[in-house]
Design a binder for this molecule. Sequence first.
Ligand code: NAP
Length: 328
Amino acid sequence: MLTEQDCTVVELPKVDTRLITPKAPAIARVVGNLPCTYGKSNSWVRNVAIDVSATALAGKIRIGQAFGIIPPGTDEDGKPHKVRLYSIASPDAGEDGRGNILCTPVKRTIAEFDPEIGGNRRAHRGMFMGACSNYLCNLSVGDEVLVTGPAGKRFLLPADAERHDYVFIATGTGIAPYRGMVLQLLKGPAGPTRRDIWLLAGAPYTSDLLYHELFLEIEREFDNFHYLQAVSREPHAPGELRGIYVDRLLVSHLERLGPVLERPSTLLYLCGIAGMQFSIYRRLALLGLLDGYAVPKSDICVTSPADWTSTQMRRGLRATARCMIEVY
Ligand code: NAP
């Protein structure tokens, strides 16, 4: 039987990184490219599957890591495009069971230049099309693509997955690693785990929920997997005008989630937009559940969590080994 202390020690697996560097990228091939939104959505997100069998990435990627893509062409300064990292959404054995086919959700970056930011070059109105995301979303099955990686040593499942319970929290495409982690834990070679897995997903609209049908299906199959959604731009309940952010799910499901978060064995994963990390920290602190996931570095605790600003939390809180964070 593990002691409380043992559970809080989180051993991560040793992983390979930089097997392929941007100086010498390898050629991989697209084998799938399909929307992964829930029906029609103006957030165009496609699950792009890539065969890396002819590269050093084959069989080497662990779920939680990312791989790099180098789009063709040059940037606005005439320099070759730099590598972009994409989170793997496949379990360790890939989509094919041998670690040869990796998938990732790619959201088309389509935005307006904002004259207020970005210096002279951007001091005009007009559309901005992300070079790599649109390149990837436009690829067809059979097309070649330059890959690098793997990248990432910390946002991983623990070496001994059976020692822990899991609370995975995502916004938008931050759900990518959780698809692979949930598949790894419940359908991987060592699975299915009997430990608790909670997945909390945030998205602007219901139609933006990624891999939604897959998670609903897994929830029907495994009674220890719980999938909750927070939709921010649709009324949350009859009579309400606004939606909710993911941190509100901690309140609405406190009765069941509270005891899970209190267990020393539980690991908390946060992936998505940067602001989410702080709304989760604040909410956990208000609920008296932050201990074990973040510790104060400064005198932040002299003020009430309700008044904590993002800057204060960035400077004043340090994530513990039980809290994995991948936010941008
Ligand atoms: P998105 O579809 O726009 O969804 C983000 C959701 O989070 C929206 O519902 C948004 O609400 C909500 N939100 C905004 N502020 C929040 C806060 N403080 N707390 C909780 N929820 C909040 O997301 P996206 O375009 O995919 O962007 C996701 C981000 O994750 C990107 O920055 C991307 O770089 C990052 N990401 C990281 C990884 C990784 O592996 N590290 C992988 C993929 C993506 P409203 O917009 O309605 O306010």
